[in-house]
Design a protein around this ligand. Structure first.
Ligand code: ADP
Ligand code: MG
Length: 257
């Protein structure tokens, strides 16, 4: 039950996070004090040029990298210095990653790629079957479920990657340039699916990108420049889309003009 006046707790909170890489005797400041708080069910775009720190920030939030200083909070808990085992657990159950390179198991079928993630999350066989079926259907991949992923197109592979990330029903999905290698129609399709997952399941989705098109699907947009957030505004997520979602709930593939 939600009660009014009860502030929703952010799912992620990043406080004064810095990350300095040391290469030989040089110091490369990739993040220079980042603060942000993101609520549940939000689609957030993290925009910035190549080298601005997007990947570093996602990795610090998902525990693939550690901040040099500052704190990362996940679901109200300071996770910054938690041991690797706790991170592994979080990533199996609460945080899904979608990488530009998909990182799928090429010789596994679409079905097996999803099923494996559910096994890692400790989901039992019958429930795995149900959920694998469900997410592959949601991603429009029913026809391709028995295909090994190397046989699939870039867009199909990206949809398998998303299916795999959402199957364990994570609270947070971190997507690093998920539309980077896709044509714009496929990219829009992927963004529509992200938006649908956020609206349907309350999943928070943080998308690092230099793709302007992402703004149209985001609730909030953060701009990174040289490791700092220099601007923050609401997404241009068109009112037209909201209206259509309300009108046509559950309809296939909302195409955003
Ligand atoms: P983006 O994802 O926005 O392109 P990155 O987070 O990859 O940016 O990189 C931010 C800065 O940190 C860049 O200057 C990059 O060269 C540097 N950097 C990233 N990863 C490493 C690393 N492993 N070692 C040294 N420098 C790195
Ligand atoms: Mg990057």
């Amino acid at each position: 039950m939600t009660s009014e006046g009860n502030e929703t707790q952010p799912i992620i909170r990043v406080q004064e996070v810095t990350r300095v890489y040391r290469v030989d005797s040089r110091e490369i400041p990739a993040l220079r004090g980042v603060d942000l708080a993101i609520g549940p069910g939000k689609v957030v775009a993290l925009r910035g040029r190549s080298g601005s720190g997007k990947t570093t920030l996602l990795n610090c939030i998902g525990g693939l990298d550690r901040p040099t200083s500052g704190q990362v909070w996940f679901e109200g808990k300071d996770v910054t210095r938690q041991p690797e085992g706790a991170w592994v657990n979080l990533r199996r159950r609460r945080i899904g990653f979608v990488f530009q390179s998909h990182a799928l198991l090429a010789t596994y079928t679409a079905w097996e790629n999803v099923d494996l993630m559910l096994r890692l999350a400790g989901v039992r066989r019958r429930e795995r079957q149900r959920r694998t079926e469900e997410v592959l259907t949601l991603m429009g991949l029913t026809k391709w479920r028995e295909h090994r992923t190397f046989e699939l197109s870039g867009g199909q592979q990206q949809r398998v990657a998303i299916a795999r990330a959402i199957a364990p029903r994570p609270a947070l999905i971190l997507a690093d340039e998920p539309t980077g290698e896709l044509d714009s129609a496929t990219g829009q399709q992927i963004l529509t699916l992200f938006r649908r997952i956020a609206d349907r399941d309350g999943t928070t989705i943080l998308i690092a990108t230099h793709d302007l098109a992402v703004d149209a699907f985001a609730h909030e947009v953060y701009h990174l420049e040289d490791g700092r957030i220099v601007d923050e505004h609401s997404g241009s997520f068109a009112k037209a889309v909201t209206i259509r979602l309300e009108r046509g709930k559950g309809k296939e593939e909302g195409h955003v003009p």
